[in-house]
Design a protein around this ligand. Structure first.
Ligand SMILES: [Zn+2]
Length: 106
């Protein structure tokens, strides 16, 4: 580690900034993985970004649940089944289309 002491302070500062940028880039990969951003960030910072990269590549993808809802553009009611027109508005004699809303949750 003596090369770090002998290094130009400005160069050392730049190396540190670069290191942290690499750590951030690697931990961003953890967003969609079960390993998560925080764990990847700590691993990358302490045990080099290469360790974090190996960890996140071996980590499984998070379970994504894809749900679809249908919301009335008039009254705002949401339905889980598809209807031609909003059933609540149809009772009042108004025909309003339902808007499809897709959501992804972990
Ligand atoms: Zn409605």
């Amino acid at each position: 580690m003596s090369f770090l002491v002998n290094m130009d302070p400005e160069l050392l500062f730049l190396v540190c900034i670069f290191y942290i940028l690499v750590v951030f880039s690697v931990s961003r990969l953890g967003m969609s993985k079960a390993g998560g951003i925080t764990r990847t960030f700590i691993l990358s910072l302490v045990f080099t970004p290469l360790t974090g990269l190996v960890y996140i590549l071996s980590s499984p993808v998070k379970n994504l649940i894809h749900t679809v809802h249908y919301r009335c553009t008039h009254c705002g009611l949401e339905y889980t089944e598809k209807h031609e027109h909003c059933p609540a508005c149809l009772k009042e004699g108004n025909k309003h289309r339902l808007k499809t809303i897709s959501m992804k949750t972990f």
